[in-house]
Design a protein around this ligand. Structure first.
Ligand SMILES: Nc1nc2c(ncn2[C@@H]2O[C@H](COP(=O)(O)OP(=O)(O)OP(=O)(O)O)[C@@H](O)[C@H]2O)c(=O)[nH]1
Ligand SMILES: [Mg+2]
Length: 297
């Protein structure tokens, strides 16, 4: 059998588990995940090479109804991922019918010239007939070549999902060199790990008002230590106080947990210096939104 390769965009409503799915298939943490919506903000290429195929997954920001300039930019960024792909993986949840939000995007999905696969994730949460009814409803749209129910948390049916994705890939040589897991620079990956901890330790509007910029990564010559300087931007003075927390406790916790992951990633000891700055109402300003979205690329 000849080798297959191609670009596979993973799209769907926010929080359905797109990033979790990519991490599960690749078998390591490639992209950040959280229990809050709008976690992914960029298109991120993640490469999976097997004996018979190379899949270049494109993780995308989740689709949602935009509420400000930041979320408008996220939806645009996701839609841009559709250009030039070899296959689309659309993800949804087993709610028992067609999700009203999915329904709005389906005409756009239908006109794509590439093969389309539907993954119904979180089947561990399905009750009664919800799963068969979901499958029936999406199947009747006549858009998807295959529908695969999965559960990323339970590791259920992921091998089947991979098999189906490979089945619809075109024949071709690898697009990325072996051992190159992503197209993003280290600054981006570090900023994302910090952002993940902000999503974990803060609530309400705080995660959605935060951006992280990695200013400098410096390797010390006198000892085996990497110094990283990063800034967390928030949109209001009151948010700055919340991110820093009482006696700086919250910022310390964000920094400590992010540092541990960065150390595991780099295999070296890390000194992580975080500061918090206010960029007034940046989520409402197009220029500042795009500056922050692409600051670490
Ligand atoms: N119960 C259950 N939860 C899951 C499953 N897969 C993912 N999740 C959870 O769903 C939440 C969202 O996961 P993400 O991977 O961040 O979702 P996403 O679609 O990438 O979200 P955005 O980037 O915001 O669009 C996390 O809390 C995951 O742990 C699953 O199979 N079952
Ligand atoms: Mg995501």
């Amino acid at each position: 059998m000849s080798f297959k390769s191609g670009i596979v965009a993973v799209m769907g409503k926010t929080n359905v588990g797109k990033s979790t799915f990519i991490n599960s298939l690749i078998g390591r943490k490639m992209v950040i995940v959280s229990d809050k919506p709008q976690t992914t903000r960029n298109r991120i290429r993640c490469v999976l090479t097997t004996d018979s195929a190379q899949i270049v997954f494109v993780d995308t920001p989740g689709l949602h109804k935009p509420i400000n300039k930041l979320s408008e930019a996220l939806v645009k960024e996701a839609m841009r991922a559709l250009a030039g792909i070899d296959e689309l993986v659309y993800m949804t949840e087993p709610t028992g019918g067609i999700d009203p939000f999915d329904e709005q995007v389906m005409p756009r999905i239908k006109e794509l010239p590439c093969p389309k696969i539907l993954l119904v994730n979180k089947i561990d949460l399905a009750r009664g007939n919800q799963l068969p009814e979901t499958l029936l409803a999406y199947d009747s749209l006549d858009i998807f070549q295959e529908l695969v129910p999965i559960s990323c948390s339970r590791g259920k049916n992921l091998d089947r999902a991979l098999e189906v994705i490979i089945k619809y890939l075109p024949e071709g040589e690898p697009l990325f060199p072996e051992g190159m897991p992503t197209d993003k620079p280290l600054e981006f990956i570090i900023a994302e790990l910090i952002r993940e901890k902000i999503y974990h330790f803060t609530y309400q509007e705080i995660p959605y008002s935060t951006a992280v910029v990695v200013e400098e990564i410096r390797e010390r010559e006198d000892k085996p230590l990497i110094e990283i300087y990063a800034t967390i931007y928030v949109a209001k003075d009151s948010q700055k106080a919340i991110v820093i927390g009482r006696k700086g406790q919250k910022l310390k916790e964000i920094g400590r947990t992010a540092r541990l992951e960065i150390e595991a990633l780099l295999g070296k000891q890390v000194y992580l210096a975080l500061q918090v700055k206010v960029k007034k109402n940046w989520t409402e300003d197009d220029a500042m939104v795009s500056q922050f979205l692409y600051a670490n690329e």
